[in-house]
Design a protein around this ligand. Structure first.
Ligand code: BV8
Ligand code: ZN
Length: 255
């Protein structure tokens, strides 16, 4: 699928490009998306049920185990062409704002200089009680499960409270600074990409509508149809790991 010349021209002229990503951008790195059926211990659960304060309160080891299992999968995964193309694009345009719904660190590991995590990060759990933050970059503070199973959440070193996953669960507010920065970027974007998301969760999904209303040239990259297809200027029914590198190459490659 060839990127449209108008998109390539708009990218070359753009002052501010905004990219919104979802789980689909990490799919080619082998990480399950929310649409995918859960596996192992969690196959009888829907992710939407597990990603809630109620689930963690009801069965902390089940939910903590799920997040540590996902964190182990992220540690084993590598950034793919989509993550790298977004990092390259940041070097090709005057300003690029990257907004992600993902809790993995593959954008950072691909070289993106700043990432707005609207839904938190697996590597940043914090104490439920005193909110002291922790940084999990490897297997510290909990031996990582090889396959999924229950795991007792660690205790806070300051107050003994329970440490919880550093993500935003359903029913929890988004981090205010990240949300306001994402809003401002969507309103100021010359080109807005919506990549690898089912656009089913609010308020993150509304960023695409805000960019459209503000007059950005909007693009969706997703191998499956979503309701965003009808709203955007260009909808590429393709995997992000193929389409984004092609767009970046065709817009800025010398020769
Ligand atoms: C809030 C972190 C208010 C956790 C996530 C009714 C009842 C109750 C609540 C609500 C309701 N209606 C709306 C709400 C609000 C609710 C919501 O939107 N619910 C939905 C389910 C209807 N939202 C919230 O609760 C938010 N908070 O509103 O707070 C508030 C305000 C003040 C004070 C108190 C409260 C918080 C939402 C955040 C939830 N956390 N993640 C974790 O990771 O475990 S959400 C999670 O699912 C993701 O982060 C993402 O946002 C969302 C959807 O996931 P996607 O990334 O889109 O992935 P998905 O699997 O869905 O799709 C993958 C896509 O990739 C597919 O389209 C596929 O085709 C595509 N794809 C596949 N392969 C590729 C590809 N694309 C490209 N290339 C490929 N190779
Ligand atoms: Zn504490």
């Amino acid at each position: 699928m060839d990127p449209h010349p108008q998109l390539l021209e708009s990218l070359r002229r753009a002052k501010h490009v905004v990219v919104l990503t979802g789980a689909g951008v990490s799919a080619e790195s082998g990480l399950a998306t929310f649409r995918d059926k859960q596996s192992g211990l969690w196959e009888k659960f829907d992710a939407l049920e597990l990603a809630t304060p109620a689930a963690f309160a009801k069965d902390p080891p089940l939910v903590w185990g799920w997040y540590e299992w996902r964190r182990a999968a992220v540690l084993r995964a590598q950034p793919n062409g989509a993550h790298k193309a977004i990092a390259d694009m940041a070097n090709a345009v005057p300003r690029l704002t990257l907004v992600t719904q993902n809790v993995d660190d593959l954008h950072e590991r691909a070289g993106s200089p700043s990432v707005l995590h609207l839904h938190g990060q697996l590597a940043h759990p914090y104490c439920e009680h005193c909110r002291r933050g922790y940084e999990f970059r490897s297997a510290e503070m909990s031996n990582l499960p090889q396959e999924g199973y229950r795991m007792e959440p660690p205790r806070c070193e300051s107050c003994g409270g329970r440490v919880r996953p550093g993500v935003v669960w359903f029913g929890e507010p988004l981090p205010a600074a990240e949300w306001h920065a994402a809003l401002g970027a969507a309103e100021a974007a010359d080109v807005f990409f919506c990549v690898g998301t089912s656009s089913t969760v609010q308020p993150a999904a509304s960023l695409t509508d805000i960019a459209i209303e503000a007059g950005a040239l909007t693009v969706q990259i997703n191998p499956n149809a979503t309701e965003v297809d009808a709203k955007v200027a260009f909808a590429y029914r393709a995997p992000a790991g193929e389409m984004l590198p092609q767009i970046v190459r065709r817009a800025w490659s010398k020769g």
